[in-house]
Design a protein around this ligand. Structure first.
Ligand SMILES: [Zn+2]
Ligand SMILES: [Zn+2]
Length: 431
């Protein structure tokens, strides 16, 4: 909006200056008017918003698969105006701690354990190994974290986005872990939407799965009805807000379903566990449309990338083009290449006795990874061979060529390839 205002005022001044000039050049005036129109279009494209709602563990037969819509009157109403995928599935691991990070990283790459200082405590949690959608978005758009939010209730293990080199912490979202229930999370979400009008918001609602495990059908279906009412309130708020209205697309999905034969649990490959919903509503998706084409969890991030126009090079999924109102907008984002090569941060770091060094090759290459001390002396070479494309890992056990442990301190690891890559990272070996 600021950009629109400044550029608009600048252009008006330009027109005024041209008109004040006695020899008015009509061609210049025409070009300026064109420029103003272009900037307005551009400003509109820059102001699109996406809100992704994750309802944990709601089985399809209690959501959009129930034609009566008894537990989800709001989503039933929105589904008629929006886009629904009838065959959206969890195509891998039907448990929360794997499927939620897969939703927001667009990949089933396993999260890893870490500890992090959070709210005055060290907590044990997990981080995604590939970038999250917030990292892709913030890096591409150069925006601060008030444009990218993650709302979660006060979980002890909230998952962290990635530490991937060239993405990572500097592009993480505004993490809001607050409250004990879905309604608490919604109220913190609403106040922040109102205050910051973020472009990218993820709202994670955990209660349905919790009450499903309790084995109480009434509590389980009531939790679905509450999640449904939150989606309804979200959509109504968007319609009432001048910044969000006509510019915001809401996507609603689940991390997994529940067993076909028993709603109290989940985790295997049965259809009840796999079959989940993807509902979209807003200007970026078709309206009054549904599809039975099979799609899956890793397709969500690239689809949001297509809507907000940011590249998502590490995802394993694809843009759900058939769902989008303007599929011609897609190839630009979709055709962007993987970064050529990447040396990731080692993990753990600091470490003792062993650390893992990860890197990615966009094409096969001869790779050499060497460890150096502070004075630049080579300690050992931990890789020196041809490798296929993809993500690779090598371990270093903190020992030199003579197989004796090195002394504590700072070391460097350097990756070189015959393709010309040359990248160095730092690590700390603990006593
Ligand atoms: Zn569960
Ligand atoms: Zn199952």
């Amino acid at each position: 909006m600021t950009f629109f205002f400044i550029s608009g005022r600048f252009s008006v001044n330009l027109v005024r200056r041209l008109l004040n000039n006695r020899q008015v050049d009509m061609k210049k005036v025409f070009l300026t008017v064109l420029l103003v129109c272009f900037l307005h279009l551009f400003a509109f494209a820059e102001n699109l918003h996406v809100v992704l709602v994750i309802i944990d563990g709601a089985r399809y037969t209690e959501t959009l698969g129930d034609t009566s819509g008894q537990y989800i009157p709001n989503m039933k109403r929105l589904a008629l105006q929006g886009a629904v995928l009838d065959s959206f599935i969890n195509d891998s691991i039907t448990v929360t701690r794997r499927a939620v990070p897969a939703i927001w990283s667009g990949s089933w790459t396993a999260p890893r354990d870490t500890s992090c200082y959070y709210q005055s405590n060290w907590i044990s949690t997990q981080y995604a190994q590939v970038p999250s959608l917030w990292e892709y978005f913030r890096k591409e758009k150069s925006v601060d974290s008030t444009q990218a939010f993650y709302f979660v209730k006060n979980l002890s293990t909230p998952w962290l986005p990635s530490f991937t080199s060239s993405y990572g912490r500097q592009y993480w979202p505004n993490y809001v872990l607050l409250g004990q229930s879905d309604l608490d999370v919604w109220s913190s979400c609403l106040s922040n939407l109102h205050r910051y009008h973020p472009a990218l918001t993820v709202l994670y609602l955990a209660d349905v799965d919790h009450y499903g495990h309790s084995g109480d059908w009434n509590q389980y279906t009531s939790a679905i009805a509450i999640a449904d009412s939150i989606v309804g309130m979200l959509w109504d708020f968007i319609q009432s807000d001048a910044t969000f209205r006509d510019a915001t697309t809401v996507l609603v999905t689940n991390d997994h379903g529940r067993h076909t034969t028993n709603f109290t649990s989940h985790g295997d490959g049965c259809w009840g566990c796999r079959h989940i919903m993807l509902l979209g509503i807003g200007p970026a998706v078709k309206s009054g449309w549904h599809s039975s084409k099979k799609r899956s969890i890793p397709d969500i991030v690239p689809t949001i990338g297509a809507i907000l126009d940011f590249p998502t090079p590490f995802v394993s999924g694809n843009v759900i083009t058939e769902m989008l109102a303007d599929p011609t907008a897609i190839p630009k984002t979709d055709s962007r290449k993987l970064p050529d090569r990447f040396l990731f941060d080692n993990f753990p770091n600091p470490f003792n006795p062993t650390t893992t060094i990860r890197f990615q090759l966009a094409e096969p290459a001869h790779v050499r990874i060497q460890i150096f001390d502070l004075r630049g002396h080579e300690i050992i070479s931990v890789a020196n061979q041809e490798m296929p494309d993809g993500i690779h890992e090598v371990d270093w056990n903190g020992r030199g060529k003579d197989d004796r442990p090195v002394s504590a301190g700072i070391y460097f690891y350097r990756m070189t390839t015959d393709g010309g890559i040359y990248q160095t990272n730092k690590m700390v070996f603990l006593p």
